[in-house]
Design a protein around this ligand. Sequence first.
Ligand code: FAD
Ligand code: NAI
Length: 462
Amino acid sequence: MAQYDVIVIGAGPGGYVAAIRCAQLGLKTACVEGRDTLGGTCLNVGCIPSKAMLHASHQLHEAEHNFEKMGLKGAAPKVDWKQMLAYKDDVVATNTKGVEFLFKKNKIDWIKGWAQVPEAGKVKVGDDIHEAKNIIVATGSEASSIPGVEIDEKVVVSSTGALELPKIPKKLVVIGAGVIGLELGSVYARLGTEVTVVEFLDQITPGMDAEVQKTLQRVLKKQGLNFVMGAAVQSVEAMKTKAKVTYKLRKDDSEATVDADVVLVATGRKPFTDGLGLEALGVELSPRGQIRTDGHWQTNVPGIYAIGDVIDGPMLAHKAEDEGMACAEVIAGKAGHVNYDVIPGVIYTTPEVATVGKTEQQLKEEGRAYKVGKFPFMGNGRAKAVFQGEGFVKLLVDAETDRILGCHIIGPSAGDLIHEICVGMEFGASAEDIALTCHAHPTFSEAVREAALACGDGAIHV
Ligand code: FAD
Ligand code: NAI
């Protein structure tokens, strides 16, 4: 058996990026993956297929709602569901094969199978034991359900089942108005499904800026999504091709039911460590099942590291990737670093939502003096031209120093616009720095500059 410097367990965005960086830094590296393809949750059943479906269904929405306004006449396209799924699978395959190519290019051995760690320095896959000076656990997460609800991936599905339904359902009930619920709820609403989102809290997307929450819910309602808020799901009764969801309204304890052809359970994800044998090794886990690590992603067992969804922090692909790179650098004796204060979060609905740093609610709780600069996309020529004038950019800056503390965007290409602010925050920029930077016209980015101007003497186009 080969002796490795590093064996990474799991080839998701955390694991495969860690493996590539380890190899680039001259470490002999292998990566164990139990799936048939590389790329983890993100490439196979998460970020990439969901964005493909959002893209396809958005095109349909544009054809149905906006083409005629632009003088593009003709019958709206019909949906060939099989072809849409084939397109999505093709996008996934191109990406997973891309990671396979990168492994070959960087001379990373892909050990196929499910790994177990019998002791520090050893990784067992099937009957083979592989030796490594360092082990990085990057085994990700899995969908978690709620009591009374069993996922069968047919009638009651997780996001994985929702991305490969045999046909477009007439009625879809989504449990949970978080990121998955709203993205996949949007996909099916655009395809003509009657979508009802049942959410435990009184607001959608917990933790987000309150104004963004309200605007997003209002826009999604206009797009046809129904919301039942403040409702605790009690049970889901699944029949062969139908289901009945029973929920209790928290305000008055009244019970109600809603029928569905398919129920999507989108109530969060939990770390996945099954079969690794970590408990026997004495690796510490949190009460939520996350692997505990120190500031250098090392567990309490020397030589065993952990990154990505399986540890604390937001369950996001780019957070996993950053940890993968930094952990590899630490193992190679360099100074790996992740700035957890500047990790953007994006929801890929239309309009998109993007957020980084503190929310206004958090600043209030901290008792920090801040200024708000807000600019509506209605004042942005480019946004109006593409029928996306709804939404705004909201910049939060320190009242005294003008330094950027947070930014919350709902509007066109929000997920791309946010990075100007991320870079600014990394450099300790003030709103004035953004406001003094010339922004090309006509771009959506001008709205970010206008929000920065609104922190000072005022925006121009309001
Ligand atoms: P994972 O991607 O989960 O990869 C872990 C890998 O480890 C898996 O391939 C698994 O098979 C393998 N593995 C587990 N145990 C073993 C073992 N014992 N031996 C061998 N292999 C093992 N995040 C975003 O940032 N943007 C998005 O748009 C986005 N969209 C999403 C959409 C959906 C529907 C879902 C479900 C998630 C989405 N996410 C998104 C979250 C993102 O997918 C995760 O944060 C990310 O994949 C975490 O990366 P990871 O490397 O930690 O783990
Ligand atoms: P989530 O944590 O975003 O949302 C779960 C929602 O379910 C919350 O609003 C919660 O209040 C609600 N809920 C919980 N229990 C409930 C109950 N009993 N009845 C009704 N509602 C209930 O989790 P989600 O959407 O499943 O996503 C999981 C993870 O995947 C997220 O952490 C996210 O980071 C990641 N992801 C990221 C995406 C992105 O970055 N665009 C896209 C999809 C997923």
